[in-house]
Ligand binder design. Structure first.
Ligand SMILES: Cc1cc2nc3c(=O)[nH]c(=O)nc-3n(C[C@H](O)[C@H](O)[C@H](O)COP(=O)(O)OP(=O)(O)OC[C@H]3O[C@@H](n4cnc5c(N)ncnc54)[C@H](O)[C@@H]3O)c2cc1C
Length: 324
């Protein structure tokens, strides 16, 4: 059967395989719901794609655990429970039929569900680019936006570009792995936690604050680039450059879905209902008064959402058999 010929009717399709989506799937399975997780990239969410090596200190049960490892444990549980998880399947559109069935579409699939759980977090985030000449040519070839394997950076001469928590946390990780660091930030103020900045300073990491990157090129295996401020220019040569200046969330599919939002986040009530009957939300994708964006809140919201979703399913009169 080709992907596009799938005709199963799910009780719930969960969009997003981050902590919120995976937790919801565990609760849905415990309630014997026919559930599927659709994940646009790899399961694990931000923990795997944005900060796999950063220790998480606020997840009860572990006083300290690298984010990637925490996500791997969740994925392991999904596999143990045999919950269908389809990766590399970005959702592009959701429509609702007159019979209250949702049709969820991507490039290679077309699925039917009685309910939808939006757990798509920040969307499919793209790193922000510096916008300097040569940047796109060197991407993945000495110039990176995330550390996927720390072994590739250990002991190297590295420039970190950025001044927020991601840049500084990654700089600390690189330092722990014997990289020789230079930090470059276009503003003269760093937005990161002062304690973390202090650690870098105590380790003698040179900071270039108020410097802009002018352009990148590769020479004899090194990334060569110029930085400049109002008074002078400086030419640097590094083994690798890490750019951490933020993310551009891609939530295109949500734009098309006529669900109430506030600042691109889905508005939910205390039971995680959205403005569309049958569509629920949880995790970083949603907002409400007092919302905190953390792993533990995402998990709690997932449990609430599945409870509400079960109530909604009970109120429907759609037969269990598959649709064609
Ligand atoms: C640098 C950093 C450090 C952090 N540190 C901590 C910490 O120490 N402790 C803590 O509690 N929280 C931390 N957070 C916050 C935490 O990561 C989030 O609150 C958490 O990941 C939210 O989980 P989620 O499942 O809602 O969203 P996400 O983790 O964003 O997962 C959403 C998933 O949906 C998928 N998706 C998106 N769009 C689509 C689509 N169109 N189709 C299919 N799939 C899609 C994505 O690929 C992703 O896998 C940190 C965040 C960052 C950025």
């Amino acid at each position: 059967m080709t992907e596009s010929a799938i005709t199963e009717l799910y009780d719930c399709v969960i969009i997003g395989g981050g902590p919120a989506g995976m937790t919801a799937a565990i609760f849905a399975r415990a309630k014997n719901l026919r559930v599927l997780i659709l994940e646009g990239a790899q399961a694990g969410g931000q923990l795997k794609t944005l900060y796999p090596y950063k220790p998480v200190y606020n997840y009860p049960g572990y006083s300290k655990i690298p984010a990637g490892e925490l996500a791997d444990r969740m994925i392991e549980q999904i596999r143990e429970l045999d919950i269908p998880l389809r990766e590399n399947s970005p959702i592009e559109d959701i429509t609702k039929t007159d019979e209250d069935i949702f049709i969820i579409s991507g490039k290679q699939f077309h699925l039917h569900a009685k309910s939808i759980l939006l757990a798509s977090g920040l969307g499919l985030p793209e790193p922000r680019r510096v916008g300097a000449p040569g940047e796109s040519e060197l991407e993945g070839n000495g110039l990176e936006y995330t550390i996927t394997d720390i072994a590739d950076w250990a002991g190297k001469d590295v420039a970190v570009i950025g001044g927020g928590n991601s840049a500084i946390d990654n700089a600390l990780l690189l330092l722990e792995n014997d990289a020789r660091l230079t930090l470059i930030h276009r503003s003269d103020k760093l937005r990161a936690e002062p304690e973390s900045v202090k650690k870098l300073q105590q380790n003698g990491v040179p900071f270039h604050l108020g410097w802009k990157v002018a352009g990148f090129e590769k020479n004899k295996g090194k990334v060569v680039f110029e930085i400049e401020n109002a008074a002078e220019k400086l030419r640097l040569e590094k083994d690798r450059v890490l750019i951490n200046i933020g993310l551009k969330p891609n939530t295109d599919f949500l734009e098309k879905l006529d669900v109430d939002k506030k600042n691109k986040q889905i508005l939910v009530d205390t039971e995680m209902h959205t403005s569309i009957p049958g569509v629920f939300g949880c995790g970083d994708a949603v907002t409400y008064p007092g919302k905190v964006r953390l792993i533990v809140t995402a998990l709690g919201e997932a449990a609430t959402a599945v409870n509400s979703l079960q109530g909604y399913l009970k109120s429907l009169h759609i037969p269990q058999e598959e649709v064609s």
